[in-house]
Each structure stands twice: as structure tokens, then as C-alpha cells.
Design a protein around this ligand. Structure first.
Ligand code: AMP
Ligand code: ZN
Length: 431
């Protein structure tokens, strides 16, 4: 087994020791920011002897980071900062994250480590099919690929034909792409009768939005690649936080750079080992903007056991949903991924769907528009109605509410080039 960075194979003891030393240094640095000097007022930093004391620190939430906009989280003077990313999410209130030159370097190294882990080498050509600009999946992945030494193509999104031409002409071995766009690209190849195995691409890094194992398998099939799950968030730099290894069984969180905890989203207390909860992350290396116990709102769990790849950094399960994604219909708590999981188990279903929450006769209901694959759409009415009923029944078994299913033509649902929007809430909010 080959590793990019010796830290990948540190023992648990070595990792815990590094975490303790780095947490204390992070605390000292954080206290230089206006935000943490207020938040931690009255706290004696000596109370934090090591990583095991982390729960003595308060949480930091997205609202905290928003309220600190633009400068209150900066732990170094402006002249030391070289990069700013802003993530607006769905509400539009900005979250700003600033990086020093060292921060950009360590981020690139973490990213290069992820890419090397899944078999990308410096003689591979890499095409980054992701939005450049404020989205961290552009520059973050780009710097990682260059750090590894790959010839790196900043292709951006859109213009699918030019993307394909570049893939072929440059003999691209690996790409980075958002799952929803990967499905679109795959559908286009199929429409045009292109055998994906005739393309040079071996590896796809997919991430930035929640997706199920079924979607991964579809992407692997449609593009003729191995697809690896890439997890990150702007507040923790962006990509390079947790990443799948060749085993494709959970994502290693880089514990020399972050402390990960999983807590009950309601109480904030740690969940029992292996239980699902909200991921909470602390930066250990970042200088420009240290973040302590950041509530990611992402739901996952630690996977048990050691990984065959030799890395001792703990693995998390693929993101199982977001605390904010949950919606309640007729008293049932529902996550969109539960629905996706079932939809994708039907071979007739295409890559796109839209969950609409609406009201009919003063009752909430779920309507799901489901794209059907070209070859099935020509089926007779009776077959389609049967499919509709089967999908509705399987979803009702899972979420306990019967949805209305609309089967729609291939490519008729809106497609985003960035992160896909899967749920539209059309219910009247009575004030
Ligand atoms: P942003 O900082 O705006 O790029 O968004 C980060 C968020 O995207 C995370 O908090 C997750 O909710 C989501 N995300 C990123 N990567 C993944 C992934 N591999 N699987 C599921 N969700 C992801
Ligand atoms: Zn592994």
C-alpha cells in the first residue's frame, strides 16, 4: 500500500497526541479572533489539557459564523490572509471563511492525499468539472490536483460537449463532478450511444451533495468509472475533510487535521458509539479562521472496526441527511434520501426527481415527480400505472405516508449545474 503523507498511517495514539497538542494551539489562536475572545471569555485555556476535554468547549453554529460576518472570526491580521470563500447556502446570508497562505497549502495537501488514496498519480490528467469561484469544490480540488502534480484542467460546469471533447483529447484519467451532473453526463452518453468504457476516465470523485449508494453505482455504470465519495464543507475549508479509500466503505476523516464528534442534534450530547447523529468538527491546523466544535447539520455515524487500507483515521458513513432537510408530513419525520433510496432501486427510474410538499383539502401531501428512463417511457399505460403504484407502495412502507407519484418524461425536470434542489415546499405558511 502506498501513502501520500506519513500522517495517514499514524497509530491511534499518535493521532490522539497530535490532536491534543494541536487543539491547545488552536485554542490559543482562536482567542485572537474577536468572536472567540467574546465567546470564551472567562474560560481558562488550561482547562483543556487535551483532545479528551473538547466537550468543555462551547459549540459554534452556522448562525454564529453568519453573525460574525464579515471579519469577527479572523484570528490573524488582514495582511496574512490570502483567500476568501463565501458560502451562501439556501438562505442567502453569507458565511465567510478566510485562509492564510499556510492554510491554502495544508488544504491542498489534504486534498492531494485524498486523490492519491484512490489511485490518482501525477502522470494522470485530471479534469475538474465543478463550479469555480466561491464554491470550494473548484479551487479546493484544483489546488489538490496540482499539489499532487497532475495536469489539471479547470473545466468548470456546463458545455457538456466540450467537456467530453477534453476528456477524450487529453486522455483524462480522473474527474471531479457533482453527482447530479454526473448522472446528466451519463444520460447524455447513453442517448448518443457512446460506450462509457471507450472513454479514458477511470476515476470520478463525487461529492458536495447528498447521494445514496444506488446513485454511486449508477454513476459508476454510466460513466464506466470507480466513483469515490468526497465530503467537505466550506466552514472546514471545503473538500478534503473526509474521503473514501479504495475499500469504498465509509469515509476516513483526517483526524490529524480535524476533531470529529457525533452528537444528538437536540441535546448536543455525544451519541452512543456507532449511533447516527450530527457531525461536529473542530479545525486543528487552520490559522486564519479556527473553528471550535462547529455544528455541521450533517447526519452520519462512525463506522466500527479498522479499515483494511491501513489508515487508522476513523471512518464516517456517507452523509445520511441534513438536520435542516428533514420535513414533517402528517406527523412523520422524513428525509429526502429515504425517498431517493427507494426511487433508485427501480431500474425504470432516471436520475432526477423532485419532491413537492403541497396542500390539498387542507391536508399536507407529498407529490414526487419522477423521471422515467427513455426506454421505459414508451411502455403502455397499464405498465406505467403499475409502476406508479409499486413506487408509491414502497415509499409508503418506508416513510408511512402515501405519496402521489407523477411519472414524467426523461429530461423534463429542471437540472442545476451546481447542487441539486430536491425538495420544493409549496405549502401555505399561515402567519
Ligand atoms: P458548501 O459549504 O456550501 O459547499 O456545502 C457543504 C455541505 O454540502 C455539507 O455540509 C453537506 O451537507 C453537503 N455535502 C458536501 N459533500 C457531501 C457528500 N459527499 N455527501 C453528502 N453531502 C455532502
Ligand atoms: Zn480505508
Amino acid at each position: 500500500m502506498e501513502y501520500f503523507d506519513p500522517a495517514e498511517t499514524w497509530s491511534r495514539d499518535a493521532l490522539l497526541h497530535a490532536q491534543s497538542v494541536r487543539l491547545r494551539a488552536t485554542l490559543d489562536r482562536a482567542l485572537r479572533s474577536p468572536f472567540y475572545s467574546r465567546r470564551l471569555k472567562g474560560m481558562d485555556p488550561a482547562e483543556i489539557a487535551g483532545a479528551e476535554d473538547i466537550a468543555k468547549l462551547p459549540f459554534t453554529t452556522k448562525d454564529d459564523v453568519r453573525a460574525a460576518y464579515p471579519w469577527d472570526m479572523a484570528a490573524v491580521p488582514l495582511e496574512e490572509l490570502v483567500r476568501l470563500h463565501v458560502s451562501s447556502g439556501t438562505t442567502g446570508v453569507p458565511v465567510a471563511v478566510y485562509h492564510t497562505r499556510d492554510d491554502v497549502e495544508t488544504w491542498a495537501s489534504l486534498m492531494a492525499r485524498c486523490m492519491y488514496m484512490v489511485g490518482i498519480r501525477k502522470n494522470d490528467v485530471f479534469q475538474n468539472i465543478a463550479g469555480y469561484g466561491l464554491f470550494t469544490g473548484g479551487l479546493g480540488i484544483h489546488y489538490g490536483a496540482e499539489r499532487l502534480g497532475c495536469l489539471t484542467i479547470p473545466a468548470g460546469t456546463g458545455n457538456t460537449r466540450r467537456q467530453l471533447k477534453l476528456l477524450r483529447d487529453m486522455r483524462v484519467a480522473a474527474i471531479h463532478i457533482i453527482p447530479s451532473y454526473a448522472l446528466y453526463l451519463g444520460a447524455m452518453l447513453m442517448d448518443e450511444g457512446v460506450d462509457p468504457r471507450s472513454l479514458p476516465v477511470r476515476i470520478a470523485l463525487i461529492g458536495a451533495e447528498p447521494h445514496t449508494e444506488e446513485i454511486r453505482q449508477r454513476i459508476e455504470y454510466l460513466l464506466g468509472v470507480k466513483a469515490y465519495n468526497s465530503y467537505g464543507l466550506s466552514e472546514m475549508n471545503g473538500p478534503g475533510v473526509a474521503f473514501e479509500c479504495l475499500a469504498q466503505n465509509g469515509l476516513h476523516v483526517w483526524e490529524d487535521a480535524y476533531i470529529a464528534e457525533i452528537v444528538d442534534p437536540e441535546s448536543g450530547r455525544p451519541v452512543a458509539e456507532g449511533e447516527t447523529g450530527e457531525l461536529v468538527m473542530t479545525t486543528l491546523i487552520r490559522r486564519g479562521m479556527p473553528l471550535l466544535r462547529y455544528r455541521t447539520r450533517d447526519l452520519t455515524r462512525f463506522l466500527p472496526g479498522a479499515c483494511a487500507c491501513g489508515r487508522r483515521h476513523r471512518r464516517i458513513d456517507r452523509i445520511l441527511g441534513r438536520v435542516d432537510d428533514m420535513f414533517i408530513i402528517k406527523g412523520c419525520n422524513i428525509y429526502p434520501l429515504q425517498i431517493e433510496h427507494i426511487l433508485m432501486s427501480f431500474p425504470e427510474v432516471g436520475g432526477t426527481y423532485l419532491i413537492i410538499l403541497e396542500q390539498a383539502d387542507n391536508m399536507d401531501q407529498i407529490r414526487i415527480q419522477v423521471e422515467i428512463r427513455e426506454e421505459y417511457f414508451i411502455e403502455d399505460m397499464r405498465a406505467l400505472q403499475g409502476l406508479q403504484r409499486k413506487i408509491a407502495a414502497r415509499i409508503r412502507d418506508e416513510i408511512l405516508v402515501t405519496p402521489k407519484i407523477d411519472l414524467v418524461e426523461p429530461k423534463s425536470l429542471p437540472r442545476a449545474e451546481g447542487k441539486a434542489r430536491r425538495v420544493e415546499d409549496r405549502r401555505l405558511i399561515l402567519k
